[in-house]
Design a protein around this ligand. Structure first.
Ligand SMILES: CC(C)(COP(=O)(O)OP(=O)(O)OC[C@H]1O[C@@H](n2cnc3c(N)ncnc32)[C@H](O)[C@@H]1OP(=O)(O)O)[C@@H](O)C(=O)NCCC(=O)NCCS
Length: 195
């Protein structure tokens, strides 16, 4: 089995990894439930949100190749779309860590890298003095035509990590699905954990 090394990337090292991260996102998120018909124009815009002081990428490397990555940063830098509902729910967005994607090529799954991605991002959040960590996950209908029969939800994993879906807290992201002609809005459930 290839030895995987995890690196914490910030600043210029983070910047240097963005193109590889874009390629990983396009490959991994093509599958259900994301079904993302990705392109580098969308990625350039989306990934620009990571060019901030509190942002981090946890890069998983097999040799010199980025085979997986997880991202995190200040909520205020990443997700204005749902800061307001969090404020209304009584949270302080300045003290919240926003976990972006976790993406890992299929070949490398099931050996604990997903746990390590959370461990390292949550440690980063604690170092920054954040009180909560959150992420959002796309909501798809159970009968979606592209849901594979053997699809296993990651929800049990997230719950085991101490995250819970915040009832009624949904945001929307917009991207083009592989089976749609145009980009559409996707409901995204916010999952939250106290650090
Ligand atoms: C999320 C992801 C990075 C996790 O990677 P991973 O290294 O396989 O995760 P781990 O080996 O640490 O396993 C974590 C947990 O996931 C679950 N799991 C492992 N393999 C799984 C699979 N094939 N399907 C569903 N759940 C699985 C298990 O519950 C496991 O926990 P446990 O064995 O400790 O009980 C990877 O599954 C992935 O890239 N998925 C596609 C992208 C995605 O949906 N990302 C999340 C939203 S951004």
């Amino acid at each position: 089995m290839t030895t995987i090394t995890l690196k914490e990337l910030r600043g210029t090292a983070l910047e240097a990894a963005l193109n590889e991260l874009a390629a990983l996102r396009i490959e991994v998120f093509r599958d259900f439930p994301y079904l993302y018909d990705g392109n580098f124009d969308y990625e350039r815009d989306y990934l620009s949100h990571y060019r901030h002081e509190q942002s981090i990428i946890i890069g998983a490397y097999g040799g010199n190749r980025l085979i997986g990555a997880a991202t995190a940063g200040a909520l205020a830098d990443h997700a204005e779309a749902f800061s307001q509902p969090l404020v209304e729910a009584g949270y302080d967005p300045n003290r919240m860590l926003y976990c972006g994607e976790s993406v890992l090529l299929k070949h490398y799954r099931g050996q604990g890298i997903g746990h390590a991605f959370f461990d390292k991002r949550e440690a980063h959040g604690r170092r920054l003095g954040k009180t909560h960590s959150l992420f959002c996950a796309v909501v798809r209908p159970d009968n979606h035509p592209l849901r594979p029969e053997d699809y296993q939800s990651l929800e049990p994993f997230w719950r085991k990590r101490g995250y819970l879906p915040e009832q009624g807290l949904l945001t929307h992201y917009n991207w083009k699905d592989i089976d749609q002609p145009e980009a559409t809005d996707k409901p995204m459930q916010v999952w939250l954990k106290a650090l």
